[in-house]
Design a protein around this ligand. Structure first.
Ligand code: MN
Length: 727
């Protein structure tokens, strides 16, 4: 062990013991030894041992008065990311709380904020806060970032710039939001220094020369204030200070002014004991110097959203020198400096009566707590915060943030990117693993949508999508395709019925049909076909209009026979390729359980009221059904027509890139049409392998055998099964 590190660690122990004398520092020693052991041999770019970094992070956290769990997390925060240690190891040795915090910090480290996509800083900030369920994770992350910023000198210019920018865009605003003024200030000034060294130089120099020029004035003012407040019996601690480089820089940029025009470059801070004395001090200041109009701000009556409270004013001091005065109580000062971290001091109860209501109100406002906190005590003790309970933040593989409502699925994600991506979605990988399409996205998930040309949305998706965009797009496509189908069916039925009734179909013109369509209140012939397809009218009703005499003649002939029930509107033409041997006009259909296709040996079974079900002789149901032998009936495949059968295959594959493409091109090469294709994770294996469900049109048994063989030959395909279910 490096003696310098060991000594620095003892300083940490001493500091912590002073902060919380009652705590047992044993776990802190264990965490230090464990982290040091695992970081052995690693160095920072400055050349010092790596362990110096986590140790200093723990120091920063200790200076923030954080608790033991937080300091242990600080010491261990890079072990999972950078060494062979796992979260499970940390859990076993240091308990669930520390493990959860280390895991949280590790996850944040993996986020790729700076991809080529637009940065979306606001989303990233929100997302970062939403991803942690323990606010200590954010505090450790801020301490980590602060130490890295302090020790950036030996990094390359490029990395300095990138890290500085990220700090200014992401981390400093988070510190601000959490009310941590001190850390925010240091992060901003360091960020400014590394992002734009010449500007930083210029501003600091200007501030420095101003300081030299006004040093006397500032001391004079400070003394005058002290005397006057003492006369009024207002106890006060007074700090004279200059504005920070970054806030001066921002002011110069924002207001396009020179440094001499910055009113509040010189600032006095008066810290007193209570609110009444704050206003008293303000009166005293205004009695002595002329206030600049419009510069008085009462953040005591109306605190800032991060609960910052102070009175601000700017006055013209001796020699026409303007300066700013901030007035606040000790309590407000602590909140302004430490923000949410101030909470941990209260946890110790050493502030007695001040604990409670105020802090709870503060946290509640801070996190925009949306539901009532029923048990504030519990809320505080568990420290679980859900900063944005309504939203979930997920990423594209290139790092773009997609914001979705909680409970959203990969389908919602796909539609959020683009409607076409949504329509073509056949599967999704989350963090590299295939997931079901109804998977609930979690904060920080990296989502890769798998698409397939020609794929169309499935009706089932409507059961789980959460965004209205996805819902509307899916509905639109489904309505369009269903209508197209209805038009086709309607047209066929009309023609078939016409032939059956002996209507001379060829002689009926389009104009005639359109006229009937108009009579029914439709704009065009297609609408009439669609209405027939949806079963709103029977074809015969329409034919009676088109060719009343021929229909009447046909009816006269068929009259003696029992009135045949009209064919169901959705009767599938495919069923007509089967028939009962020697009998016509019996409804025959393929059984859903085995879904036989042309070429297979089949057997018919007379059902009660639903016609003849045709099973494959191999169907497991057949054996059970056949105890009623009298209901068995011979069936045969009708003469070959250009007819196809829907077959569902289940394909088990390894997790290999491009496998879906190979699969579909193989199916395509066999001349089959793919109806649907969906990839699901193979839950039983959990190694990223997948189950692909595909529905295809096949002509016969021989073609199916060829397809199955060629799919089996694709490397990475483990098995192919024909699905038992056709539903
Ligand atoms: Mn680190």
């Amino acid at each position: 062990m490096d003696p310098a590190l060991a000594a620095r660690f003892e300083e940490l122990v001493a500091k912590y013991s002073k902060l919380r004398p009652a705590d047992n520092v044993g776990p802190l020693r264990e965490a230090f030894a464990y982290a040091a052991l695992h970081h052995t041999g690693q160095t920072r770019s400055s050349g010092e041992p790596y362990m110096a970094h986590p140790l200093e992070v723990a120091h920063i956290l200790c200076d923030m008065s954080m608790d033991l769990v937080c300091l242990e997390t600080g010491l261990l925060h890079d072990t999972v990311e950078d060494t062979s240690v796992t979260v499970e190891d940390v859990r076993k040795l240091f308990g669930a709380e520390v493990a959860q915090c280390v895991d949280g910090v590790t996850k944040l480290a993996k986020l790729n904020f700076y991809s080529r996509e637009e940065r979306q800083a606001e989303s990233v900030r929100k997302m970062l806060l939403a991803m942690v369920n323990d606010i200590r994770v954010v505090l450790v992350k801020l301490a980590d970032r602060l130490h890295n910023m302090r020790t950036m000198a030996s990094l390359s210019r490029e990395r300095q710039e990138r890290i500085a920018q990220e700090t200014l865009e992401i981390y400093a605003p988070i510190a601000h939001r959490l009310g941590m003024g001190k850390i925010r200030a240091e992060l901003e000034d360091l960020g400014f220094r590394y992002l734009d060294p010449p500007a930083f130089e210029e501003v600091t120099e200007a501030i420095e020369s101003k300081r030299r020029a006004t040093q006397g004035v500032l001391e004079e003012i400070r003394h005058a204030v002290e005397v006057k407040l003492a006369r009024e019996n207002i106890p006060a601690r007074i700090e004279a200070r200059l504005k920070r480089p970054f806030s001066v820089y921002q002011k110069l940029k924002r207001q396009k002014i020179s440094i001499d025009q910055v009113y509040d470059l010189l600032a006095l801070r008066i810290i007193t004991d209570n609110v009444k004395n704050c206003y008293g001090a303000l009166g005293t200041i205004h009695g002595e110097w002329t206030p600049i109009p419009g510069r008085i701000k009462d953040f005591i009556a109306i605190p800032r959203p991060n609960l910052y409270q102070s009175l601000h004013t700017s006055v013209i001091g001796p020699g026409g020198q303007a300066f700013e005065v901030q007035i606040r109580t000790e309590e407000m000062h602590r909140i302004a400096e430490e923000g949410i971290a101030a909470h941990w001091k209260y946890k110790e109860g050493n502030k007695g009566g001040q604990t409670g209501e105020h802090q709870i109100a503060w946290l509640r406002q801070l996190v925009e707590w949306q539901q009532d906190v029923r048990d504030p005590g519990e809320f505080l003790s568990t420290l679980k915060v859900d900063l944005y309970p309504e939203e979930v933040y997920a990423f594209t593989p290139r790092g773009k943030v997609i914001i979705l409502p909680r409970g959203a699925s990969p389908i919602d994600f796909a539609y959020a990117i683009h409607s076409d991506i949504g329509h073509l979605c056949v599967g999704a990988k989350v963090n590299g693993r295939i997931v079901p399409l109804k998977y609930e996205l979690k904060n920080g998930d990296v989502v890769d949508i798998l698409t397939q040309q020609g794929h169309t949305p499935s009706k089932d998706w409507l059961n789980f999508v959460k965004t209205s965009k996805a819902r509307n797009r899916i509905k639109h496509v489904i309505n369009t395709t269903e209508r197209a189908k209805a038009v086709e069916i309607g047209e066929k039925h009309l023609e078939k019925e016409a032939r059956r009734l002996g209507v001379q179909w060829k002689k009926i013109t389009k104009e005639q049909i359109e006229k009937v369509a108009h009579d029914y209140g439709f704009g065009k012939m297609e609408d009439l076909h669609a209405a027939l397809g949806y079963g709103k009218f029977s074809p015969r009703q329409v034919l009676q209009q088109l060719a009343p005499e021929q229909v009447a003649a046909a009816e006269a002939v068929e009259a003696p026979a029992a009135p045949a029930p009209p064919p169901p509107a959705n009767l599938d033409d495919k069923d007509l390729v089967l028939r009962v041997r020697g009998v016509d006009d019996v409804m025959v259909y393929r059984a859903k359980c085995c879904n036989p296709i042309r070429g297979e040996a089949i057997v018919g079974y007379i059902t009660r009221g639903k016609g003849v079900a045709v099973h494959s002789v191999n169907c497991s149901n057949v054996q059970n059904l056949m105890y009623e032998v009298e209901r068995k009936i011979e069936v045969e495949w009708a003469r070959a027509v250009n007819e196809t059968f829907l077959v569902k295959l289940v394909i088990y594959t390894d997790d290999r890139p491009g496998i879906l493409n190979q699969l579909t091109s193989s199916l395509f090469n066999e001349g089959t049409n793919i109806r649907t294709l969906e990839a699901q994770p193979d839950e039983s294996r959990g190694d990223g392998s997948a189950i692909v469900n595909v529905a295809i049109d096949v002509r016969d048994k021989k073609q199916l055998e060829r397809i199955v063989n060629s799919v089996r030959r694709i490397s990475g395909v483990r098995d192919v099964e024909r699905s038992q279910s056709n539903s």
